[in-house]
Ligand binder design. Structure first.
Ligand code: N01
Length: 873
């Protein structure tokens, strides 16, 4: 964070402009308009000869938007919506460019734009709190605020192909297409690259050229755009009430007002799945993928069904089987590289003069004076078209030499990947904003919606600064680190990081492999941005006129799927369990259990009965599908000694059984208040003893056991280990305590911090304890194992705690106390998780890492035993 003195001494002289904007595409134009409206002086600097941004440069044949034109347009000026009629579902580049020119003219924006002016450097001057901007025209401009609105895909990637400069024929880049147009009639043409630009241009180039050869390194998934008139149902929806249509778009997942599916692909029959995919194919809309199922970018199995559907279509359309196979993507999941919309793309390969060269089989060797050499063939061409993509998102920003505080350049600060707060600002670069920067939804959303949201946020922020007599704003290091973590958390529960995509920076040699945009959704993102403001610009330092306001903090600390679950539960307005009778609470919990995902398949499930301390107890045994016999884990379910059963924790047991390759025996025990303390503990110990004596009958390996439990079950697992130590058996080689109850004391900070909002509440814990144990009994180590006088000699332990759990601190305290007593303990604190999320298999994907670690610990406990046996032999 900035030292106080810098802000205290800053002199706030008048710069040339309040704001300098780089770019005059969708973002730059709206910025100019909005800033003017708010009374700020602003200048836009634009390298091109006119407005348009992306749509000025990318004039290649077939260039169109692939978000429907009514959605891919401004919403800030309602008159525009009536005076401009889009001619097609997906507007062409010339039509979009005309639209932007119309907007510029209508709002008289060109008078504040310097064209053919490229920004070369921007330097923060801390003494005057201004940015000094230098351009290719030699001008030096000063401004208070510097905004990069240069687009996410505006810096073409250098084609890293040997011999690029030696070709003597015509050379074109889709990203810098000549304004005069190009006539390929009677020419032999090569296209390198099969991303969106290649896929859009190839059919039109083929229509002209005498011969077209496409050099493909990676095939892409594409679905037909079915371009034509705007679909009537969508147009009717839009025209019925434009304002509400736009508002729905703003609060949607991708910036397009469509209802996404609530069902996963594996939850329906194969016929229904196919029917839904046919509908996606027919709709010709990229967001249609989200309309089909809700887990396409989350679940590899679900995604693979769509991959195979599209491959099937390719094989049907393309008549040459070898070409069809080469066009079928097999190295990435659908949508993890930007999916494409096309018009006759696959059909083009059925034309006699079009050939596909699969660079995976015969790599491109070099460009020659007359054409292209692959490793096995020489080609001659009249023209080569590079459709090789962009240095996306960070490329256009760091292309300008931006120097922030203490002489640090942005290029250096982002050397290992971009660091931003909300994708809007970066620490050490005061008053510098990026529109749709890395860490914001940008390219994973309808850009126009995201641009308007960013411009509104930035302009309102500048207005708030002015209203509060402040002039400088910068994110704190904590806020920025928190946001970067959140962006990664969101990406890590999806399949996106598995692909070598430009989203990951993987297309540019040497670029750090970091997921660049924010996949949490435009709705969730908008909520976070609004919340930052509502909480007094949380995560920012704002200063000026001798004031300095620091509001440090992190806006999103929960794992994204945990946050979504909590929001969904809050919307359901569920009754508090602690206000119910135990019977009603049990019935209610069972209802909830019945609707969650089932967990993975295991080899075998056997229900049985074993003798407890006060009568028979039901158990359920999970056997892995691998060849046995297996080591055995005894498991105790959660539910505060009052609720739950082997049904309630069934998915968790299945998951751990599969991951740890061990038999799990999940034992029901007597519940309070019918059977109070110490009935549950005595049952748990009796069960472990009986299982220890019957390992071979159960199909297990004779020898030691592991005990495991969650919540109250974690309490029982810990208590059983103490009881077994006292009794001299059974032999337990490891204990896994997941968010365990270890003490009856509610005074630890985690009860204060997390006692209300995270499912397991302080009142609910009170209710559990009140049913389970009289106050006099609660301090007994059989109820509060942390209270034991001596914790030495207990089995090795893994203690898992969740950050937003009232029980977090008592779990950590038990781990610490065992370690102090010489027990080998690993404590696994789970960031962003709540008490109930670690066991929510297939619902909380971010909990999968913890479950993998639990299973690794179980395997390790058993390996240590096997190592000892081998050593003894
Ligand atoms: O670029 P790309 P693009 N040798 O990076 C290949 C947006 N957009 O300009 O995948 C051989 O997608 C590269 O191969 P590989 C949209 O967001 C929107 O097409 O790296 N091949 C790939 O096939 C899009 O995603 C619209 O193995 C090389 C291709 O070139 C983004 O812009 C229209 C190579 C590059 O594909 C970028 O699309 C157009 C090499 N050395 C674009 N280097 C709309 O419809 C690269 N390739 C709105």
């Amino acid at each position: 964070m900035a030292p106080d003195s810098e802000f205290a001494n800053a002199s706030f002289g008048k710069p040339d402009f309040d704001v300098v904007v780089v770019g005059s595409g969708f973002a730059g134009l709206y910025l100019l308009h909005k800033l003017r409206e708010l009374g700020f002086s602003a200048k836009a600097l634009e390298a091109a000869g006119d407005v348009g941004g992306t749509w000025y440069w990318n004039r290649y044949p077939g260039a169109r938007c692939d978000i429907m034109s009514i959605d891919y347009s401004y919403s800030f000026d309602p008159d525009l919506e009536t005076e401009w009629q889009w001619s097609e579902k997906y507007a062409t580049q010339p039509e979009i460019l005309r639209y932007l020119q119309h907007v510029a003219a209508k709002h008289d924006l060109r008078r504040d734009i310097a064209f053919e002016t490229r920004v070369e450097s921007a330097t923060w001057d801390k003494d005057s709190s201004r940015w000094l901007i230098r351009t290719n025209r030699g001008a030096e401009i000063t401004c208070r605020y510097y905004v990069m609105a240069a687009g996410c895909l505006s810096k073409p990637k250098e084609p890293e192909i040997e011999g690029c400069d030696c070709f003597r024929g015509e050379v074109y880049y889709t990203s810098r297409w000549p304004h005069r147009g190009v006539d390929f009639t009677a020419k032999r043409v090569a296209v390198i690259g099969t991303g969106s630009s290649g896929i859009q241009s190839i059919p039109l180039i083929a229509a002209q050229a005498k011969q077209l050869t496409v050099f493909q390194r990676t095939p892409n998934f594409s679905i037909p755009a079915h371009n034509g008139p705007i679909p009537t149902h969508r147009l009717a929806d839009y025209e019925r009430d434009r304002a509400s249509y736009r508002e729905r778009g703003r609060w949607s997942r991708f910036g397009v007002p469509v209802e996404l599916s609530q069902i996963g692909a594996m939850q329906v029959s194969e016929d229904e799945r196919r029917a839904r995919y046919e509908a996606v194919w027919e709709a010709g809309e990229l967001v249609g993928i989200g309309l089909a199922f809700n887990d396409i970018i989350l679940n590899p199995k679900s995604n693979e069904t769509l991959c195979e559907f599209i491959r099937g279509k390719i094989r049907t359309i393309v008549t040459n089987p070898e070409t069809a196979e080469a066009l079928c993507p097999t190295d990435h999941y659908v949508a993890t590289k930007r999916a494409c919309l096309d018009t006759n793309y696959y059909e083009t390969y059925n034309l006699g003069h079009v050939r596909l060269v699969d660079l995976r089989k015969t790599p491109l060797a070099r460009i020659t004076e007359t054409g292209i050499d692959t490793t096995i063939e020489t080609f001659e061409f009249d023209a080569i078209v590079y459709a090789t993509g962009f240095d996306a998102m960070t490329g256009p920003i760091v292309a300008v030499n931006i120097t922030g505080r203490n002489g640090v350049t942005l290029r250096d600060r982002w050397a290992a990947g971009p660091l931003t707060y909300l994708g809007l600002m970066t620490t050490g670069f005061p008053n510098f904003f990026a529109v749709t920067g890395p860490g914001s939804p940008s390219v994973l959303s309808n850009m126009t919606v995201s641009i308007e949201q960013h411009v509104d946020w930035i302009c309102n922020c500048l207005k708030d600064l002015r209203d509060e007599n402040l002039e400088v704003i910068e994110p704190t290091a904590t806020a920025e680190a928190g946001w970067v973590q959140h962006v990664n958390d969101c990406a890590n529960i999806t399949l996106f990081p598995t692909a070598n995509s430009w989203y990951m920076g993987a297309n540019v040699p040497g670029k750090p492999r970091v997921f660049l945009p924010y996949i949490g959704g435009t709705d969730a993102y908008r909520t976070a941005c609004n919340e930052v403001v509502a909480r007094g610009y949380l995560g920012f330092v704002r200063s000026g006129s001798g004031q300095r306001r620091v509001n440090d903090g992190v806006i999103r600390r929960l794992q994204p799927d945990v946050q979504m679950l909590l929001e969904a539960m809050s919307a359901l307005n569920l009754p508090p369990l602690e206000e119910m009778s135990p019977e009603a609470a049990r019935a209610f919990s069972s209802e909830l259990s019945a609707v969650r995902p089932p967990g993975p398949e295991v080899g075998e499930i056997v229900d049985g009965v074993l003798p407890g301390a006060g009568g028979d107890l039901d158990y359920r045994l999970y056997r892995p599908a691998t060849a046995g016999p297996h080591r055995v884990v005894v498991y105790f379910h959660g539910g505060g000694w009052v609720l739950g059963s082997h049904d309630s924790d069934d998915p968790f047991c299945r998951d751990l059984c599969v991951r740890s390759n061990a038999v799990f025996v999940s034992v029901n025990y007597r519940h309070a208040p019918e059977h109070c303390f110490p009935a549950a503990a005595d049952d748990a110990f009796a069960a472990v003893r009986w299982i220890g004596d019957h390992l071979e009958t159960l199909g297990g390996v004779p020898g030691p056991l592991v005990v495991c439990g969650w919540s109250a079950g974690g309490n029982l697992a810990a208590v059983v280990c103490q009881m077994a130590r006292a009794a001299g058996g059974p032999n337990i080689c490891g204990q896994v305590l997941v968010a365990p109850v270890t003490d009856c004391d509610f005074s630890r900070p985690s009860y204060t911090e997390n006692g209300v909002d995270y499912v397991l509440t302080k009142p609910l814990m009170n209710w559990f304890w009140d049913h389970y144990a009289d106050p006099a009994n609660r301090t007994d180590p059989k109820a509060s194992p942390l209270r034991a006088n001596d914790l030495s000699g207990l089995p090795r332990a893994l203690v898992v705690t969740a950050e937003f759990d009232p029980l977090r601190d008592e779990g950590a305290a038990y781990a610490e106390a065992m370690a102090s007593a010489g027990v080998e303990v690993k404590h696994l604190p789970c960031r962003g998780q709540i008490h109930t999320s670690l066991t929510a298999v297939d619902m909380i994907l971010s909990g999968a890492g913890a479950r993998a670690e639990i299973s690794a610990a179980i395997r390790q406990f058993f390996h240590q035993v096997e190592d000892l046996v081998m050593r003894d032999n």
